[in-house]
Design a protein around this ligand. Structure first.
Ligand code: CP
Ligand code: NVA
Length: 398
């Protein structure tokens, strides 16, 4: 059974696989291609903290997959009155097909997975925010084409967002530099993990140092949910840890800014930066539409993808009828791309439209990490287009 409890549990390749599939589901949604892989399935959502993005995006996401959601808040349920998580897990598993939980302790999420018998997704704990960071990485890759070798910088609290960005960034081949005040550093478990990546990880108390030559600068609130009583103390401790234009001048000229939101404008980020040309916060929020998370709701992943027909097989079957030309860049490392292409072609055939597979030309993207089928913004990439009912593999323009 697949859970999504923390990014520490996933390999770098598993993270990239989720991003590939997320790109595919996003493409399908944007092009009106139905993907009811979770038809009739119910997602239970438990919120012990507030939420706008997670709440809405999960509910929309499960509906796009053909399922539906039941929402439980701490108030009005027995969870808020202290019913043990083990009992909640056992009982909810009898009603629903998957559980998303937003709560305080990571141990609560782990216990839910241990005692329940359905997949569990972490929708934020004090320790980590894996769904958000999958969406962050997805967004960075849409702009940059690949993640490997980029420098990610985080300015702020050694809390859920910083923890997940350190783990996710390092696992997909980025270098990660974080700045936080003494006393607000990430927990030992995260620092031990990061120590395994040598000089690809940097921890400093200087925001300027962390931002130097960064490709993406990310921040989060100084006072997270549940820490409200510490607000004054934190405002003093984090003074100077603001992503403003002066800090952004340290980063690369084409550096981007992310914030998981909600933002406290004027504290961790200025209006000029979050509303400015470097901000990709709204694309980032859009990618919380839970394309990354949708994959984890089904016990065996999204079956449509796993059973995706390989484009080369499709070519062999349809060559007489459609006279398609071979897809270039074959081989194991392009399996994902071929399966995606095959799926769209299959969709076209099933809908009774003619299918044409056009040969990809030069600038074959780096295998395994290119977002197919969404073309990278501002870069050439392979993409599948459906035009006039035809399924085309084409070269996306610059
Ligand atoms: N970024 C995020 O998780 O937002 P919500 O708290 O609104 O869900
Ligand atoms: N660090 C923030 C993230 C909100 C999405 C919090 O935990 O409140």
């Amino acid at each position: 059974m697949k859970h999504l409890l923390k990014l520490l549990d996933l390999t770098g390749q598993e993270i990239l696989d989720i991003l590939n599939l997320a790109d595919q589901l996003k493409y399908e949604t944007k092009h009106g291609i139905p993907h009811p892989h979770l038809q009739g399935k119910c997602l239970g959502m438990i919120f012990e903290k507030s939420s706008t993005r997670t709440r809405v995006s999960f509910e929309v996401g499960i509906n796009q997959l053909g399922g539906y959601a039941v929402v439980l808040g701490a108030e009005g349920s027995q969870i808020g009155r202290g019913e043990p998580v083990q009992d909640t897990a056992r009982v909810l598993s009898r009603y629903v097909d998957g559980i998303m939980i937003r709560t305080f302790g990571q141990d609560e999420v782990e216990a839910l997975a241990q005692y329940g018998s359905v997949p569990v997704i972490n929708g934020l704990t004090d320790f980590c925010h894996p769904c958000q960071v999958l969406a962050d990485l997805m967004t960075i890759r849409e702009y940059k084409g690949s993640l490997e070798g980029l420098k990610l910088c985080f300015i702020g609290d050694g809390n859920n967002m910083m923890n997940s960005l350190i783990v996710g960034g390092l696992k997909v081949g980025m270098s990660v530099s974080v700045a936080c005040p003494q006393g607000y550093r990430p927990p030992q478990e995260i620092l031990e993990f990061a120590a395994g990546y040598g000089d690809k990880f940097e921890l400093t108390d200087s925001p300027m140092q962390a931002a130097k030559d960064a490709d993406v600068v990310i921040t989060d609130v100084w006072t997270s949910m549940g820490q409200e009583e510490e607000r004054q103390k934190r405002e003093a401790a984090f003074a100077g840890y603001c992503v403003d234009e002066q800090l952004m001048a340290q980063a690369k000229p084409d550096a981007m800014v992310q914030h998981c939101l909600p933002a406290h404008r004027g504290e961790e980020v200025t209006d000029a930066v979050i509303d400015g040309p470097k901000s990709i916060c709204w694309d980032e929020a859009e990618n919380r539409n839970d394309w990354p998370e949708q994959r984890d709701i089904g016990t065996a992943g999204v079956p449509g993808f796993e059973r995706g027909i390989d484009a080369e097989e499709l070519l062999a079957e349809t060559v007489e009828e459609h006279q398609p030309r071979p897809v270039r860049g074959g081989g194991k490392e392009f399996e994902h791309q071929r399966q995606v292409i095959g799926q769209y072609a299959l969709h076209g055939l099933k809908s009774g439209v003619p299918v044409q597979l056009v040969q990809a030309r030069q600038s074959t993207p780096k295998p395994g990490i290119v977002p197919i089928p969404m073309p990278c913004k501002g870069q050439a990439a392979l993409a599948v287009h459906i035009e006039n009912g035809d399924v085309l593999l084409a070269q996306a323009g610059k």
